[in-house]
Design a protein around this ligand. Structure first.
Ligand code: 5AD
Ligand code: FES
Length: 347
């Protein structure tokens, strides 16, 4: 174990079997060692800085039916909403005043957001705030669509790969969705010049240690600029309502491993991590994460964007959320910085 961790910290690469061993045989000592290395390499690149992204949840309509997600089309209990372009632009204006320089527009796969509509919103935000980065997290679209949105000014795209095992992918998704198309989208986004984010849920139903090892190998090979990982949390109106949540312990362990696989990667301490534990995001940062994503959505819609049960930050105003995270980060010796927070390449 000790030599594997040394190897990872120096070469940033392990074989799939070795990743599997690292996860299957983890203990307090290996966690501590990985965490220490992870925090050290992150400090060398980013100091004590934590980047913020303002998350705007633009639509809870979704044409997909992922088995884990509360927004799945089969969930008739989900309250559907979509923000108007003006409301989205107003959120970005408010966020700008609060010091955000990156906006993440996230939503279900909602056919209202055609290229023209979404592209117009991206253009408007970039025109008003030319020093800001716009990140899209709007699911699978065509290459032409990704290309058009890029031309409109979108800088980054988040599309979690969800799992790097095709068999596992099939257990989490309806038959009409495919692992191959997911991967195709990720590669197209990369080719089009986006900074790309992949990621997966920790402890999703049917996930094995082997699956996690494949996720880690995929991250090593793909070298995403961003990587979103957070615990799976059941949603009461989905087929997975009875499955247990992923754990804080394993999520933090994997954050440390991913930091070592690709030292400059932008790694969020996710809302899901803050949901399973009151200090989950702080633990995530202390394990190697360097991004937080407070909610900028209008308070009136926040509860409706329910990917999973008991989501945090659904009652707070944007300014409160931002302030809360400032305090949380300061308390553990980190500082939220106002900048676009691009990935630093030269290491
Ligand atoms: N628990 C945790 N994360 C979830 N996501 C969707 N549903 C859940 C859930 N029940 C994640 C998926 C998706 C991202 C937007 O949210 O990984 O890519
Ligand atoms: Fe949203 Fe604390 S981060 S309320």
């Amino acid at each position: 174990m000790y030599s594997l961790i040394q190897k990872l910290a120096t070469t940033h690469s392990l074989m799939v079997d070795e990743y599997e061993f690292l996860v299957a045989n983890r203990n307090d000592d290996s966690a501590k060692l990985l965490r220490n290395y992870a925090v050290k390499v992150r400090r060398e690149i980013y100091g004590q800085d934590v980047f913020v992204r303002g998350l705007i949840e633009i639509s809870s309509f979704c044409r997909n039916d992922c088995l884990y997600c509360g927004l799945r089309r089969s969930n008739s209990h989900c309250e559907r909403y979509r923000l108007t372009p003006d409301e989205i632009i107003a959120c970005s204006d408010e966020g700008y005043e609060l010091g955000f320089r990156t906006f993440v527009l996230q939503g279900g796969e909602d056919s209202y957001f055609t290229d023209d509509v979404l592209g117009g919103i991206v253009r408007a935000i970039k025109a008003r705030h030319s020093d800001c980065a716009v990140t899209l997290s709007m699911g699978e679209r065509s290459r032409e669509s990704y290309e058009f949105l890029r031309v409109c000014g979108a800088d980054r795209y988040l599309l979690r790969h969800e799992t790097a095992s095709p068999e596992h992918y099939a257990k989490l998704h309806p038959p009409e969705m495919s692992y191959d198309n997911r991967m195709k989208c990720l590669h197209e986004l990369r080719e089009l010049g986006y900074a790309v984010g992949c990621g997966f849920m920790v402890g999703s139903p049917y996930q094995t240690v082997k699956d996690i090892a494949r996720d880690l190998k995929f991250i090593e090979e793909f070298r995403p600029e961003m990587c979103g990982i957070g615990p799976f949390i059941p949603h009461k109106d989905t087929p997975f309502h009875d499955y247990p949540s992923g754990t804080l312990e394993l999520t933090c362990y994997l954050l440390s491993v991913i930091r070592l696989i690709y030292p400059p990667v932008l790694l969020p301490a996710t809302t899901a991590l803050g949901t399973i534990n009151p200090v989950g995001r702080e633990m995530g940062i202390m394990s190697g994460a360097n991004v937080v994503m407070p909610n900028l959505s209008p308070v009136g819609v926040r509860k409706k964007y329910a990917l999973y049960d008991n989501k945090i930050c659904t009652g707070e105003e944007s300014a409160q959320c931002r302030e809360c995270l400032n305090n949380r980060m300061r308390k553990i010796g980190y500082e939220i910085v106002t900048s676009r927070g691009d990935m630093k390449r030269a290491v």
